[in-house]
Design a protein around this ligand. Structure first.
Ligand code: PGA
Length: 266
């Protein structure tokens, strides 16, 4: 880890009815309270990105004093009006989102999102007062060809192009190699991802904590590899799918992050 705070968040992707969302929140809040941490564990910033349908109800279940930041998994870059089936940045902010995930590889692969779309969404998110969480990462064949650093660098440059210098601290960059994501993904070794994380951090700029984007790692993170991944010196935290969809898994990851954060404290 490189900052003072370890970020640990999950996107529920296309899972969870309202009842399932409520059960997850209840267990996480109870778990934090039972361990005498009605707030998040010291040194840890948790976040959760429900599907749009559950956003407002998760906001209401968590309440205003919640230690969990809330976010959306996507929103449209354009003005409101003729966008059937889409939701705007302003609408997700109104439903409780402080973060908005952009450019996940599933959206790039299945919904035609390009670096250009992601750049428009980053600008729209910032203009709506949201913190963009931009996913970048190379497909397996690009890694096999040894071209992952250049590939990811181009994605990061596109995402940061519309960001003013003083806004950089509002951006989160999640390095998520496509070959590591999801049920067919391969768990990475820290050494495989470290050079790319270092490049993402470098491109974000070496400014003070408040001015640089945070750098997260995502893709087959679980309780077995979380501590090792957090040892990476370019990483501010973890972005998790499957291993946090059960609330006990999320709580376990928060506990690991808390012990990494406390070990790093002077
Ligand atoms: P996973 O998903 O943790 O289930 O591999 C990660 C992601 O897509 O963000």
């Amino acid at each position: 880890m490189r900052g003072r705070t370890v970020w640990v968040g999950t996107s529920w992707k296309m899972t969870k009815t309202l009842g399932e969302a409520r059960a997850w929140v209840d267990t996480v809040v109870t778990g934090l309270t039972a361990s005498a941490r009605a707030a998040a564990p010291a040194g840890v910033q948790p976040f959760v990105l429900p599907a749009h349908t559950a956003l407002a109800s998760v906001r209401d279940l968590l309440g205003p004093a919640s230690p969990l930041l809330l976010g959306a998994q996507n929103a449209h870059q354009g003005p409101e009006g003729a966008g059937t089936g889409e939701v705007s940045m302003r609408m997700v902010a109104d439903a409780g989102a402080e973060l908005v995930e952009l450019g996940h590889s599933e959206r790039r692969a299945s919904f035609g999102e390009t670096d250009a779309t992601v750049a428009l969404k980053v600008r729209a998110a910032l203009d709506a007062g949201l913190r963009p969480l931009v996913c970048v990462g190379e497909p397996g064949p690009v890694r096999d060809a040894g071209e992952e650093i250049g590939f990811v660098a181009a994605q990061v440059a596109a995402a940061l192009a519309p960001v003013r210098p003083e806004e950089r601290g509002r951006v989160l960059l999640a390095y998520e190699p496509v070959w590591a994501i999801g049920e067919h993904g391969r768990r990475p070794e820290t050494a495989e991802v470290a050079p790319v994380l270092a490049e993402v951090a470098r491109l974000g700029g070496g400014g003070s904590d408040g001015e640089r984007p945070l750098v997260l790692y995502g893709g087959s993170v679980d309780q077995g590899n979380a501590a090792a991944l957090l040892e990476d010196p370019s990483t501010d935290g973890l972005f998790v799918g499957r291993a946090a969809w059960e609330p006990e898994g999320f709580l376990g990851l928060l506990a690991i992050a808390a012990s990494v954060a406390s070990a790093a404290r002077p």
